[in-house]
Design a protein around this ligand. Structure first.
Ligand code: AGP
Length: 618
């Protein structure tokens, strides 16, 4: 997923843009570029590498001008090279464009423009936007009507999910969004008599993080909206249009404290966010009740519950299945978002959507970013089948939140590290809360569970970090790591395996412990590393039997438990808690182990190769 940021105002644009791009690098990058206007001339600098490297090589933050656009690219169309980096420029050099998403009809547009004499320099789909802005019957000029008409003509020609910002040689900024986030940050915003919006300076970015240090006042563009930012008598004017004409937009106060976004004393965002779980688990569990009760009422009234998510959020969805069953005696289906299209039997669902009572089928979508394309597609498909949409998000202003009938925020604060850590346990904590409230509403008060003192429990695990780091040293050259578990703990084994893959680039596999003898045991030998998730609950004794099986084949055994055993070569201790709450805590040693293995294997834990924080393209 690419990142966009633009600036127009009274300050030098380039340093602000470079800083903003750095704040969004967790979204993925393989090349970086900037364009500014200085003395009515467009200047473009771009190249392969991360923000720090390209800035050092091309002196990006030394570019002149008080208006500019910037971009970090995560390649979808066209190889990673300097030419394919953004910004892309029109033939006449009057317009530069940065783009996020995919222009699905770029081939047809490119051939139409080429036959009209346009010369393309890159292999990207994005470059067509720059040439279209030049080609349109109403070129990009000052007059409000023509520029807005040009923009809306342009967006009507594009298909796919995109957001873009174009810098015109006269310093005007224009752009639009369709299914890709684009937020306008405003410095000292105010409204004119006719409702027109003015500001002293303006940021346009893919994520609030890019400008939160400068302003917490923002306008969120909706799909199909286009904007123009240009000089006005009272500073800058900000106009927003959709196909019906001008749109009056409200200015939103963005909640996140800038302080959350700094690494502070930590070497990486990832380890900072692992430590933040001292607070985020409680915060997620104890969100204000009224909205939880509304979600509970909807779930109780639904004839069918389907839960979906991707990656770690899919694992949280699997946790929902266990918790709904164990705490509420309620069943649900879990479908991984990327398979939703294939696994959802429309006939079966249509039967449900005609149900004559309650709210019909309900989809609970789990997503940290609220921008994951697979999840949004699943939500849109489910809605077309008559599902009501509930969601758990970390970004209350995200597309998923806006497209849900009801959403709850996991309230975990910004998660910058690509690997989901605090967001996963916050999702699970909130699912515990929802299930407990549901059980209460169903009169199953016997299932009331005391969440206890998460800060103390997380703290006790973090005290073992040094031992976990030395364990990472012991297994850093393992070619595979097997995580064996039973029951609900198998979900945590899946999550731990994902952490090891994405942080340390080591193959890891979750195995139902009871399935070892049905095949996987053939993999185990004296070089194998096996992690046994074995807290003192109903699975404990059977797990020891499975540990015996792998021990006798010479494997190195890492126990994750609140009980010692001579079977383990080493133990990563977790606190003794209410048995149903073990999953919240046993995942943390796995997060720490994956983080420290990443360091031992020279992997960058915050920005794993090939991955992005939020996968907004399919
Ligand atoms: C998890 O560590 C990964 N970063 C990834 O699997 C992530 O959980 C997945 O892409 C879903 O993201 P979302 O929660 O923002 O929808």
């Amino acid at each position: 997923m690419c990142s966009i940021i633009a600036y127009k105002g009274y300050r030098d644009a380039a340093p602000l843009i470079v800083r903003g791009l750095s704040m969004m690098e967790y979204r993925g990058y393989d090349s970086v570029g900037l364009a500014t206007v200085h003395n009515s001339r467009l200047v473009v600098r771009k190249g392969v590498g991360n923000v720090g490297h390209v800035n050092a090589r091309l002196n990006l933050d030394g570019m002149y001008g008080s208006v500019g656009i910037g971009h970090t690219r995560w390649a979808t169309h066209g190889v990673v090279n300097d030419i394919n980096a953004h910004p892309h420029v029109s033939c006449d050099g009057r317009v530069a464009v940065v783009h996020n998403g995919i222009v699905e009809n770029h081939v047809e547009l490119r051939s139409m423009l080429t036959t009209r004499g346009h010369i393309f320099r890159s292999e990207t789909d994005s470059e067509v936007i720059a040439h279209l802005l030049e080609y349109l019957p109403t070129p990009v000029v000052y007059d409000g009507n023509s520029i807005s008409k040009a923009l809306l003509d342009l967006t009507s020609m594009l298909s796919g999910s995109y957001s873009f910002v174009a810098l015109v040689h006269d310093g005007t900024l224009v752009g639009a969004r369709n299914h890709e986030p684009l937020i306008i940050g405003l410095g000292n915003p105010r409204k004119g008599r006719d409702g027109m919006l003015f500001a002293d300076e303006c940021f346009i970015a893919s994520d609030v993080l890019a400008f939160i240090g400068h302003t917490d006042k923002a306008v969120f563009l909706a799909d199909g909206e286009a904007f123009i930012v240009r000089e006005a008598q009272k500073g800058l004017s900000i106009e927003v249009y959709d196909r019906h004409g001008k749109v009056a937009k409200d200015v939103t106060q963005v909640a996140w404290e800038f302080a959350d976004i700094d690494k502070g004393r930590f070497a990486h965002y990832t380890i900072k966010e692992i430590h933040e779980q001292r607070d985020t688990i409680s915060r997620a569990f104890s969100i204000e009740g009224s909205r939880v009760h509304e979600v509970v009422r909807t779930l109780l009234a639904s004839r069918r519950i389907v839960v979906t998510g991707s990656g770690s959020s899919y694992h949280a969805a699997l946790m929902a299945k266990h918790l709904l069953s164990r705490i509420c005696m309620v069943g649900c289906d879990v479908v991984v978002a990327s398979e939703f299209l294939y696994s959802m039997d429309t006939h079966y669902v249509d039967d449900d959507s005609n149900c004559d009572h309650g709210v019909g089928p309900v989809l609970l979508a789990v997503s940290q970013s609220g921008e994951t394309a697979d999840v949004l597609d699943a939500v849109r498909m489910a809605r077309s089948k008559g599902f009501r949409i509930l969601s758990l998000v970390n970004s209350p202003l995200s597309t998923l939140a806006r497209e849900s009938d009801l959403f709850l925020s996991i309230n975990a604060g910004p998660e910058i590290g690509v690997a989901a850590t605090k967001s996963f346990t916050a999702q699970v904590a909130l699912l515990y809360r929802i299930c407990m409230e549901m059980a209460k509403a169903m009169g199953r008060s016997t299932m009331e569970i005391d969440i206890g003192n998460p800060s103390m429990h997380v703290g006790s695990i973090l005290e073992g970090e040094e031992h976990i780091a030395s364990t990472a040293e012991r297994i850093k050259d393992a070619s595979s790591v097997y995580i064996i578990a039973k029951g609900i703990h198998h979900v945590i084994a899946l999550e731990g395996a994902l952490k090891l893959k994405e942080l340390a680039y080591v193959h890891a596999e979750a195995i139902h412990a009871g399935e070892l003898k049905h095949g996987p045991l053939a993999l185990i030998d004296g070089k194998s590393v096996v992690i046994a998730l074995n807290p003192m609950d109903q699975t404990y004794r059977d797990m020891l039997t499975s540990v015996h099986e792998v021990k006798s084949r010479g494997a190195y055994i890492i126990g994750i438990s609140d009980a010692e055993s001579s079977l383990y070569d080493t133990i990563l201790a977790i606190p003794g808690v209410e048995p149903l709450l073990y999953p919240l805590y046993e995942v943390i040693p796995l997060q720490l182990l994956a983080y420290h293995m990443a360091l031992k294997r020279d992997c960058n834990p915050d920005y794993p190769r090939n991955l992005a924080k939020s996968v907004t393209v399919k």
